[in-house]
Design a protein around this ligand. Structure first.
Ligand code: TYM
Length: 333
């Protein structure tokens, strides 16, 4: 870590695939922030155990996500990248913070309510504890900014509350982090149900675009994207959610503003808009897919990056955890 630069921390759970939503809502901002700040990015592989995983597939997917981080352009020379499970301090701090989290606070989390409704046969303790583990991820590194999509805002607020509570009970221990949520693209919607978040776990393959989908798949999915029955290309999230979502994606892929795009498509219809967005996204993801294929051929390299990332992460995490253990009165070992 360099000097007194601010610290950026974020993570993705290795479930499903890394989607266009994850890319626009989170990873694109990680890339930007990692140029300016000290940055740490994890694969949240303990988090995703809150739902059942097939072990062999899960291991493979976590590696694939790690390769995708690198393929997106995250640079191990500039950022620390590692698997959450390689740094035991995450689970250790979670236990301590559990003792400072009220059950009611955890039960109020929207994601806990949604996931419990979805997995009625497996409402486990981990699901309830999920945001406390996430708070531990963030607080271990004295994080200043957490670049995430809007769906993580509530978890971030709980994390801040826990940091403030602990600091007030003892003495300043944790940096109180701030969410970094982009003005645009903080919530990308499903291509099939544009009032619903684009989600990694959506069973409808046409609803979600993966950052390593082939250009053909990307084109097909955009051509089938649900819009509405008039054909005016205009940004209006309430009355035209499908078209507005396409414009947001188009803008993220090209860097053009929504107004510029509305002008460009004046007098044109959805038949022109949809393939144009598909092409822009396919073009944006083409180099990522190519680099991904290369990284996946070199697992030894991936593991060496992950191992050195975990070592660096541990040395920072250990410092915070020791401080916490001392403050709560544990006998020093
Ligand atoms: P996860 O894995 O669900 O999503 C990873 C990141 O992508 C963002 N995101 C979206 N952004 C815009 N539109 C969408 N449709 C969309 N879907 C997802 C998420 O907001 C997130 O930023 N709990 C976290 C992972 C995590 C974490 C952390 C994040 C674990 N520890 C510490 C930050 C800091 C999660 O499940 O994200």
């Amino acid at each position: 870590m360099i000097g007194d630069k601010k610290i950026v921390y974020s993570a993705v759970q290795p479930t499903g695939c890394i989607t266009l939503g994850n890319y626009v809502g989170a990873i694109q901002n990680w890339l930007k922030l990692s140029e300016e700040y000290n940055s740490i990015f994890a694969i949240a592989d303990l988090h995703a155990l809150t739902v059942r995983q097939v072990p062999a597939e899960y291991r493979q997917r976590a590696m694939s996500f790690f390769a995708q981080y690198l393929a997106c352009g995250l640079d191990p020379e500039k950022s620390i990248m590692y698997f959450q499970s390689h740094v035991p301090e995450h689970a250790e701090l979670t236990w301590i913070l559990n003792c400072f989290t009220y059950i009611g606070e955890a039960q109020r989390m929207t994601q806990f309510k949604d996931k419990s409704a979805k997995h009625t046969d497996n409402i486990n303790m981990g699901l309830l504890d999920y945001p406390v583990l996430m708070a531990s991820d963030i607080l271990l590194y004295q994080t200043d900014f957490v670049p995430v999509g809007i769906d993580q805002k509530q978890h971030l607020e709980l994390c801040r509350d826990l940091a403030i509570r602990f600091n007030n009970l003892y003495s300043p221990t944790f940096t109180v982090p701030e969410a970094y949520i982009g003005k645009q693209g903080a919530k990308i919607f499903s291509l099939q149900e544009p009032t619903k978040k684009m989600s990694k776990s959506d069973p409808d393959v046409n609803a979600t675009v993966s950052i390593i989908d082939s250009a053909d798949d990307i084109m097909r999915k955009f051509k089938r994207a649900v819009t509405d029955c008039d054909s005016v290309v205009r940004f209006d999230e309430v009355n035209k959610p499908g078209v507005s979502n396409l414009l947001t994606i188009f803008s993220a892929a090209t860097g053009k503003t929504i107004e510029e795009l509305e002008k460009e498509f004046e007098g044109k219809g959805y038949a022109q808009l949809k393939p144009a967005v598909g092409e822009a996204v396919a073009e944006k993801f083409r180099p990522i897919r190519e680099r991904y294929d290369e990284y996946m051929k070199n697992k030894d390299y991936l593991m060496s990056v992950a191992k050195s990332g975990a070592e660096k992460a541990r040395s920072i995490a250990r410092r915070t955890l020791s401080k916490v253990y001392r403050k709560v009165g544990l006998v020093e070992g």
